[in-house]
Design a protein around this ligand. Sequence first.
Ligand SMILES: O=C(O)CCC(=O)C(=O)O
Length: 256
Amino acid sequence: MELAHFAADAPPDRILDAIARDGGAIVEDFADPATVGALEADYRRALDAVSWGGDDSDDFFGRKTKRLHGLLEKSKTFGNVIDHALGHAMCERFLRSHARHYRISTGELMAIGPGEKRQMLHRDADSWNSFPEPRPEVLVSVNLALTDFCQENGATVVVPGSHGWPKGRLPQDADPIAHAVMPHGSALLYSGDVWHGGGANQTVETRIGLYWGYLLSWLQPLENHLVTNGQAALEAAPQPAQRLLGYDRVGWHVQP
Ligand SMILES: O=C(O)CCC(=O)C(=O)O
């Protein structure tokens, strides 16, 4: 099974309809080559400084995976890429009926190294799991491929349609899965409710994905961006990025 693929200039509603139907879709050329090149160079430098697995190492976080946070401080290009028209369009469609604003919950660079096993399937929105059902959509996410993603090197595994499953239904081996196979510069856009996970990497190369998730503004982001990035990086960021990273005064006064 495959997720729908779109060119970056496809009508946004077609992309959003596919996400609503399948729980995820792939957009090619989501970021231009200069942006992808800058992000890759900055994060490869930062990746060299951390060890595989790290303190969080377990079957979920991965023993042959490297993860980075504080992504704005490590690359100012992060502040541009999160302010993406399709990211905003996803939020308008899936989040805005439940909130006046949305912001980034966490930015995470996920580098899946050679020999990494397939990650357990999970739903990102389960980080905010105390809602009565049916719960509103709380999170929509982007995983931007900084290297090519293929089935052999750990392309994200998605269970299409599973974002609509009732609470308590768990993925079974017989459920069809899709691998988010895509060239670098493409992005997997997906619902916080869709079951998914990192794929196994059976190659000798590292697969690098740049993740960020847009969250309803009245929920607690997983990352405290001021702590992970520091004030100087946030001060230097463009205003839309500051706002998305919670470095603004929204909420101090009533907005029309
Ligand atoms: O790296 C990926 O493809 C997805 C990983 C993931 O979903 C996670 O670590 O939460």
